[in-house]
Design a protein around this ligand. Structure first.
Ligand SMILES: Cc1ncc(COP(=O)(O)O)c(C=O)c1O
Length: 435
């Protein structure tokens, strides 16, 4: 059986066992292009429609249950039904929503964030990670009086800043010079080229959507130095890496950015974004300043997000639980890599802590271009195969862990991967993916 035939078989089985998801997709296509309102969630022939969830489990419309290793691309850190968070939301709701004034929750959440992230002296809230990055870049341009941004090929900084080859038609029109991730010569050249017009360098300290590829410590240190000696601001997009320790990946790497953007789990599972940084920069938002910035947004301080966010940080994602979850992720990645090695599969899990991604290669991985578009059919087969075994993860192979998970879930994933290797061994050998 060829790889294409194996994918076609798996796809047919998937369609047959998911009639309700297929029907919902058809119906939704009447009112949404592609039946969908988040491009990332689409996959061929149609994604599973989720009917309900509890803990780290989700259930599709046809009644199949899955362990949720997608974890809403990292926003689902608390799982789907954490009682403490649900109680906090209900309690906040009892006092009313859309209040049109400041509330106590936002003051507490901002204080907690300032306490945790070394690069954040002051913070402002918004509604998504995408919005946070737009704000941070605009702030950097306004503060420096310069216009150009240096960013990295294959990076994703939200729906208006997609820096890979395939997307980006709808990007915000910032003048951006792209450099190669983990390549200080390429970055320094881009910084030099931008010269006096460079406002900021933006990057994730571990590139996420581009393949869960950590920045090397030398790269981060040298990049910070180059950026500052060019008179520009260093922005860390910690929308997903913020969960890698209490104070994000910046607290681990020791490189402190001028501005930081946040999102995902920090809103307790509800709509969230934030940007913050050094006092002298963020002070420009002080009301009444002649050179002050105005930052609006009806839902920036919505009580439900603020209540869920502060409850999550103060009562659940403590130093101890952050450490335990990320240690569990390190262990799971190690186990999967041991499993690949044992069966001779040319594959690797990259990542840090509770965020990881699978790549079917044994070549070195330093930047998104090293893995972009690699083995798309094999990834499809793997994805269908995981779904058949009750493991829900991103079609591109990204996995994020959530707090309700434990050994049974991790063991189940390792077993499912072993079964994939056993079932498709002849095929994997034929396509030279196995030694
Ligand atoms: C690194 C990074 N930045 C920004 C965003 C955008 O966040 P949001 O989806 O909340 O707009 C994402 C989302 O996945 C992300 O991974």
């Amino acid at each position: 059986m060829s790889l294409d035939e194996a994918v076609a078989d798996a796809r047919a089985r998937y369609m047959e066992s998911n009639p309700r998801s297929m029907k919902r997709h058809q119906e939704a296509c009447g009112s949404m292009p592609g039946g969908n309102t988040r491009s990332i969630l689409h996959f061929d022939p149609a994604p599973l429609a989720i009917g309900m969830a509890d803990g780290c489990m989700i259930e599709d419309l046809d009644g199949h249950r899955y362990v949720d290793f997608l974890g809403e691309y990292s926003a689902g850190l608390y799982g789907h039904t954490n009682q403490t968070i649900m109680d906090a939301i209900s309690e906040a709701m009892q006092c009313g929503v859309v209040l049109g004034g400041p509330n106590n929750y936002e003051a507490r959440l901002s204080a907690e964030i300032v306490d945790r992230f070394p690069g954040i002296d002051l913070v402002r809230f918004c509604n998504s990670g995408s919005e946070a990055n737009l704000m941070a870049l605009s702030v950097a341009r306004a503060v420096t009086g310069r216009s150009r941004i240096v960013a990295f090929r294959g990076a994703y900084h939200g729906g208006f800043l997609m820096l890979d080859d395939a997307h980006g038609q709808l990007n915000a029109p910032y003048p951006i010079t792209l450099a190669d991730y983990n390549d200080i010569e390429s970055a320094a050249a881009a910084i030099r080229e931008a010269g006096d017009d460079l406002a900021a360098v933006i990057l994730e300290p571990m590139i996420g959507a581009g393949g869960c590829i950590p920045a090397s410590p030398d790269f981060l240190n040298d990049l910070a130095e180059e950026t500052r000696s060019a008179g520009a601001l260093l922005i860390f997009d910690e929308v997903i890496t913020s969960r890698l320790s209490m104070g994000g990946l910046q607290a681990v790497t020791g490189v402190t950015p001028d501005l930081t953007t946040l999102g995902k789990y920090l809103g307790g599972g509800l709509t969230f974004g934030a940007f913050g940084g050094k006092r002298e920069i963020m002070d420009r938002f002080q009301p009444g300043r002649e050179d002050g910035f105005y930052h609006a947004g009806t839902f920036n301080n919505n009580v439900l997000t603020m209540a869920a966010g502060i409850t999550g940080l103060s009562k659940i994602y403590t130093k101890r639980s952050a450490h335990a979850l990320n240690a569990a992720g390190d262990d799971l990645r190690r186990r999967l890599n041991v499993c690949f090695k044992k069966v001779g599969l040319k594959a690797r899990m990259t990542g840090l802590g509770s965020i990881m991604a699978l790549h079917f290669t044994d070549a070195p991985i330093h930047k998104p271009q090293d893995v972009a578009g690699l083995t798309p059919q094999l990834k499809k087969l793997f994805h269908f195969s995981m779904l058949e075994r009750g493991q829900y993860l991103a079609p591109r192979g990204m996995i994020t862990l959530s707090l309700p998970m434990g050994h049974p879930e991790y063991d189940g994933l390792v077993r499912a991967v072993e079964c994939f290797c056993e079932d498709y061994e002849p095929l994997l050998r034929e396509i030279s993916c196995m030694h």
